[in-house]
Design a protein around this ligand. Sequence first.
Ligand SMILES: Cc1ncc(COP(=O)(O)O)c(C=O)c1O
Length: 434
Amino acid sequence: MSRNQVLFERAQRVIPGGVNSPVRAFRAVGGTPRFITRALGPHIWDAEGKRYIDYIGSWGPMILGHGHPAVLEAVQKAAIDGFSFGAPTEREVELAEAIIAQVPSVEQLRLVSSGTEAGMSALRLARGFTGRSKIVKFEGCYHGHADALLVKAGSGLATFGFPTSAGVPPEVVQHTLVLEYNNVEQMEAAFTTQGAQIACVMIEPIAGNMNFVRAALPFMRRLRELCTQHGALLVFDEVMTGFRVALGGAQSLYARLIPGFKPDISVFGKVIGGGMPLAAFGATRQIMQQLAPLGPVYQAGTLSGNPVATACGLATLKEIARPGFYDDLAAKTRALVQGLEGAAREAGVPLVGDSEGGMFGFFFADHLPQNYGVVMATDKERFNRFFHGMLDRGVYLAPALYEAGFVSAAHAADDLAATVQAARQALADEHLHA
Ligand SMILES: Cc1ncc(COP(=O)(O)O)c(C=O)c1O
C-alpha cells in the first residue's frame, strides 16, 4: 500500500470519509486522495514525496502560489504578536480599507472566518434590510453550506426548492427559489409572480462551482434591472471570483460593460485571506448599519478578523495590487487553456475552455455550457480518465468536472509547458482506451 493509501485508511477510521470537506475524497473521480505534506510556489508534494503542479491552490486562495516570502514574513511576525485577542485590532481596519479601496460597491464590510459564514450572514442581512423572506439562487451555484442554500430546483417554476441535504427541514428551504442560470425568461416570470416578496437574489457572477460558466451580459443586465425594480437586493457571491478574476472582482468586469452596474451586497473569501480562514461581506453603509451593534440584524464571531489571518490577507492584497499583476496572471491562464485546447485538437478530442484572470475551466464538449444541466451532461468518464492521466503525470487538477481551476503568479512558463505536454500524453492514452 502507498503511504497515501495508508493515511487514507487511517483517516477513514476517525474522520467521516477520511476528509474534512467532501470533494477532497475523490469520490467523483475515484482513486485515493493524495495527502499533501508541503507546498512551495506552484507545487505541492504528497506523502509519497511525489511533486505535482498545483491547479487547485487550496480551491482559490493561493493566488501568489505557496510560501510567498512577503506573506510568510507577515504571518510569522503576526503570530509572534499573538494569535487571537477577541478585541479590535488595527489590521482589521487596514484590511477592510484595502478591500473597500478596490470594490466601489462596498462602503463597509465585516470580516468572518469562512465563505459559508459570509454568505449566510449576507442572506440574513438582506432579509433584515428588506423585511422580506424569499431568496433566489441559481442551480449549480454554491454559496456555502448554510441550510437555506442547500436547495435544488422544484418540479416547476414558482414552486420552491427541495433540500439537497438530509438534516435540512423542508420548512427551512420553503423560501428559497432555485432558477436556471442564464435563463432570462424564467427569472422574469419569477419576479412577475413573486417580486414583492423577494429579499435578494444571490449569484456567482462567474460560476466556479459548475466548472466555469459566465453569467451572460444580457442576463446580468436584466437581473440588475429586475432587482432594482422590485426592491430586491442583488448579492454577488465573489468568494471565488473576488480578487481572482480581477482586482475589483467579477463586478468590475460587469461594471465595465453595464454603465453604473453594482451589486448591493458582496461576499468575499479565499484570496482575501491568502490561505488563512478569512472571509467578508460588505455593502453600502445604509445596508451594513442594519448589523449589530448598530442595527437589529445579529452576527458575530470569536475568531472574526483574526490577527494572523488578517496579516496573511493584507500581505496577499498588497502583492496582487501591484501594476500588471492581473495582466500577467490572465495571460498565463489563457495560455494554459489554449494549450489544453490545442492538445485536445491534436488528439481529436472535443475540449473547450474559458478563463478570466487566474481562474479557468474546461469541458469535454464542443461548446461552452451556459447552465448546470449542460455542464453535467458533458463527458464525465472522459474527464475522470483525463484527471487520473494528469495526476499520474504530476499535474493536480480539481477532482471533479464541475470544479474550476486556478493558476497562481508562481506558475512559470515551464510549469505550463509541462502541463500541456502531460495533457498531450494523457489524451493520447485515454483516446486509445476510450
Ligand atoms: C462561490 C463560493 N461561495 C461560497 C463558498 C463557501 O466558502 P467556504 O468553503 O470558505 O465556506 C465557496 C467555497 O468553495 C464558493 O466557491
